[in-house]
Ligand binder design. Sequence first.
Ligand code: PLP
Length: 408
Amino acid sequence: MALVNENYLRLRGSYLFSEIARRVNEFKKNNPDADIIRLGIGDVTRPLPPAAVEAMQKAAGEMGREETFRGYGPEQGYDFLIEKIIDHDFRPRGVELSSDEVFISDGSKCDTANFQEIFGLDNIVAVTDPVYPVYVDSNVMAGRSGEFAGGRFERIVYLPCTEENGMKPDLPGTRVDLIYLCFPNNPTGMTLSGEDLKKWVDYARENRAVILFDAAYESYIREENIPHSIYEVEGAREVAVEFRSFSKTAGFTGTRCAYTVVPREVKAYDSSGKAHPLNDLWLRRQTTKFNGVSYPVQAAAAAVYSEEGRKQVRELIDYYMENARIIREGLEKAGYKVFGGVNAPYIWLKTPGNTGSWEFFDRMMKEAHVIGTPGAGFGASGEGYLRLTAFGSRENTLRAVDRIVNKL
Ligand code: PLP
């Protein structure tokens, strides 16, 4: 008799997006002519930068000729991409990495979900609340969550990000071992300063904990004093792993390329107290379970760092950030309280008059025909908020703001 992994039975249904789809479909059925604008989903809408497309086409051509054909690539990624990443994303910020500390992958979703595998099951996991659900669900699947009771998993430590603490998590009251931080944050769109991050790095060093730092939205940072990498903070190389993605930076959500940085110094311990470099364990895991990213896709990612590519990516991000400004300023002018949208493509709207997230979602859908994402879907502390994204077209963004301001 085949037995299931019972940890999977503890997972909450993918309630959020299926429930949104259900409500939108029902509304459409009753209002077939309604012109609905979706500012809920976190997917990009602008096409790939031409430099990436050209590089992908050229690489595909190479794969079709005997003299330039490539078979299995290195699981860790090609050096031509790793070197560009180090030269452009880290060195200018004073961060030195060696090429064996960067692991190319097909996504930060997979990396943030898979990385927990190399840790023991007795670790206590801390996540911010609200949170990108992948961190929680992957730990539930592994068996680190305990039971779900009262809206939360018993063994997970939730770090509320609320208006009172400026959407910045406070250090935990009880000891934790693995800490997931995502800044700029999805869904709140807020960031941490170097000083804020230093608190976490110091905590991790004192408690021999590991920080899993998701920087998928790093390229949206506009303000000068915000660190782009956790390694800009002193001591972080000892305790932090960093996840980066080309998805939101260069429109790679359908093309798939990302990378994870695992410095040689980051360690976890066995039951006898002996330290083991996470880099060795992650390399072992990847070489066993992952085949690497295809050559044409890595060539496309490398082209993002060419002079042309960098200019095109800047234009993409400027486009979305102008949308973010339009949403943020439009809603603020109309009297809404909003967070984010300055260093991130997400705007976290406080629902007026303490309306529930879902109730406000319904109102916005029915009265303005605009779809957001109810904050409660990202965790208990997201109740009373709604997430809007800057990833729509300019035209739809302008129309959506106009409707929210004038029809609600
Ligand atoms: N991390 C965060 C916080 C995200 O919001 C997303 C995507 O929405 C990802 C990671 C996933 O990125 P990728 O497309 O590289 O898997």
